[in-house]
Design a protein around this ligand. Structure first.
Ligand SMILES: Nc1ncnc2c1ncn2[C@@H]1O[C@H](COP(=O)(O)OP(=O)(O)OP(=O)(O)O)[C@@H](O)[C@H]1O
Length: 413
């Protein structure tokens, strides 16, 4: 993977303190004898922005509904600030939810919509007015306080919904795909506004999306879900750069995958100063007709994995488009995979190329555009050699975690 972090890095803010706000232990939920959540365990810290990310039907909304108290789990427990939530109805939990449909009251003005929760709580009128004013300033809607929801744009309506949900300072705000009804440009704008608001209010957010770019750019941590289980929980950088399995690798960002055969295994061992060095393996990429010299990998970045691997095993070599470099096939300084460029798109800051390798495998490379760099001087359908930046690769076992040797695969076992 690249050493230059994705955009998420600049936006992510470490939570204020390490105290756990929300603790989920052994949560299970079954509908019609189908377990849609299986043994969910997660600690969320005060002030954290945590995103549940996964394909449709993986259980994201169900998990939010359990936390909110709209549904009860079949097993497990939910603790909020150390208090067990079992049996506590939704309206008694210090939690609010923002849905994709904003559900604003059409007959009320913006200010009345935002004031609604405080009015129910019988907060004094003067205090309500002050807090509504402050809240509308925060979401930059003061000038629209007397408008009705139907006279607002989608983005403005969503800001009212968010203001209404946070005015009574819940400890936790649950957001279920709150931006998915917005067009692309507005969605990007709302992403940064929402992030700013979360930082200013210091409220813990649990945000649901199936948009991986949104998850990467907004979250402190992402929990990647599939079939009611967590596949990986980590920072955007961890999830993108060191995915725990093939599902996460393929779900987040663009991925080039190569099968590779292990040629040598060198477990971790102490160096001269007594520090334990990472284990490493050497592999040969299984792209037989596409290869120009041995393409070996020396520095495996997952030390524990190295000890499980044996010579002859097949592993997956993961390379993001930005990890690849394109060279002249006559170049002798780099060993790589031979192919030809079948599509080339100039994107301003990058040049994105689709390359068909000699064995038919199609891959994608994305390089920063530099007019002075002669390595970019290739034309469509021209032969090229593709290599990767040493140390930017990531190695994964097969999906089920098992590593099948080449011989075993041939035997069909
Ligand atoms: N009330 C219900 N009765 C029966 N099955 C349900 C119910 N609610 C959800 N499910 C099922 O539980 C699974 C998880 O649904 P859920 O809505 O949590 O997924 P999701 O990840 O939020 O999906 P999406 O991204 O499409 O909103 C799905 O298979 C869904 O059909």
């Amino acid at each position: 993977m690249t050493n230059s972090p994705p955009t998420a890095h600049r936006n992510s803010v470490a939570p204020d303190d390490d105290k756990v706000l929300l603790q989920l232990t052994g949560l299970k939920k079954t509908y019609d004898q189908t377990e849609v959540l299986k043994d969910i365990n997660l600690d969320i810290k005060h002030g954290e922005f945590l995103t549940l990310l996964g394909p449709s039907g993986c259980g994201k909304t169900t998990l939010l509904r359990l936390i909110a108290g709209f549904e009860q789990p079949n097993a497990g427990a939910i603790y909020l600030d150390g208090v067990q939530m079992a049996g506590l109805p939704a309206d008694k939990r210090p939690v609010n939810t923002v849905f994709q449909q904003y559900a604003l009251f059409p007959h009320m003005t913006v200010a009345q919509n935002v004031a609604y929760g405080l009015k129910l709580k019988k907060v004094p009128k003067d205090e309500i007015n002050t807090r509504v004013r402050e809240m509308l300033a925060m979401v930059q809607l003061e000038h629209l306080a007397n408008r009705k929801p139907q006279d607002l744009s989608g983005g403005q309506q969503q800001r009212v919904a968010i203001a209404r949900a946070v005015i009574n300072r819940p400890k936790l705000l649950l957001l279920d795909e709150p931006l998915s009804a917005l067009d692309h440009k507005l969605r990007l704008q709302m992403q940064s506004e929402l992030k700013r608001l979360q930082r200013e209010l210091g409220i813990t957010f649990v945000f649901v999306t199936h948009d991986q770019e949104e998850a990467l750019s907004m979250s402190d941590r992402i929990a990647v879900m599939k079939d009611g289980t967590f596949q990986q929980i980590g920072t955007p950088i961890e999830i993108y750069e060191t995915p725990a399995n093939l599902f996460t690798a393929k779900f987040i960002g663009e991925t080039n995958l190569f099968k590779a055969e292990v040629q040598g295994v060198y477990p971790e061992q102490p160096d001269r100063d007594g520090n334990v060095t990472n284990g490493r393996i050497e592999v040969e990429v299984c792209e037989a007709q596409a290869q120009d010299g041995p393409t070996t990998l020396r520095n495996l970045r997952r030390p524990n994995f190295a000890n499980d691997v044996q010579v002859g095993d097949i592993v997956n070599l993961l390379l993001r488009p930005e990890d690849l470099r394109i060279y002249d096939p006559k170049d002798t300084a780099h060993s790589g995979l031979l192919g030809r460029v079948i599509e080339s798109n100039y994107k301003g800051s990058t040049l994105d190329s689709i390359i068909e390798l000699a064995n038919g495998h199609v891959i994608k490379a994305s390089e920063f555009f530099d007019e002075d760099d002669p390595s970019f001087d290739y034309k469509l359908y021209e032969a090229v050699k593709v290599a990767w930046v040493d140390g930017w690769e990531w190695v994964l076992p097969e999906e089920d975690g098992a590593i099948k040797s080449k011989t075993a695969q041939k035997d069909g076992s």
